[in-house]
Design a protein. Structure first.
Ligand code: NAP
Length: 119
């Protein structure tokens, strides 16, 4: 669904802004953040059982999302100037290796239980 939308936007020469590319950083919570709007993202993270390897979660998520085909910009919320700077540095590192991207996409596809976008 998202791939079709991104491809259609690209075909029309439209840019796409990716909302919540770090999914409200669900790795902040060791226990279910019941009632927090991060909760559905936390559930999906548990279901996928991704392994960021040598990267930290912020880098893994941000470099994945920012370089998906058709994505032109990402919005990350932060209350920290240091985090803002680090996010810019992470994006400057460029996309994750192709095999890592393929692995994330395959894991998402396998776990996807009709997941819809969160508004
Ligand atoms: N994200 C969007 O696309 C979007 C769109 C419309 C409105 N908003 C609004 O903007 C506000 C913030 O957005 P959001 O909560 O959805 O943001 P988000 O980008 O999904 O996640 C923000 C979380 O990521 C953490 N974070 C960001 N950079 C980090 C870094 N380098 N290292 C570690 N942690 C980092 C933040 O903690 P720190 O604050 O400690 O850095 C915060 O806990 C909300 O009020 C939301 O409704 C967001």
């Amino acid at each position: 669904m998202i791939d079709r939308g991104l491809a259609a936007a690209s075909a029309r020469g439209l840019g796409v802004i990716a909302k919540r590319p770090v999914a409200n950083a669900p790795w902040r919570f060791s226990e279910r953040p019941a009632g927090d709007y991060c909760e559905p993202y936390w559930e999906r993270m548990q279901a996928m059982r991704l392994d960021p390897g040598s990267l930290d979660w912020q880098e893994y998520a941000l470099r994945f999302a920012a370089f998906q085909p058709g994505v032109c910009s990402v919005i990350v919320g932060t209350r920290s100037l240091g985090h803002l700077r680090r996010n810019a540095e992470l994006v400057e590192r460029g996309p994750l290796p192709e095999d890592v991207v393929a692995s994330i996409r395959a894991t998402f596809a396998a776990a996807d239980d009709g997941w819809t976008g969160q508004v």
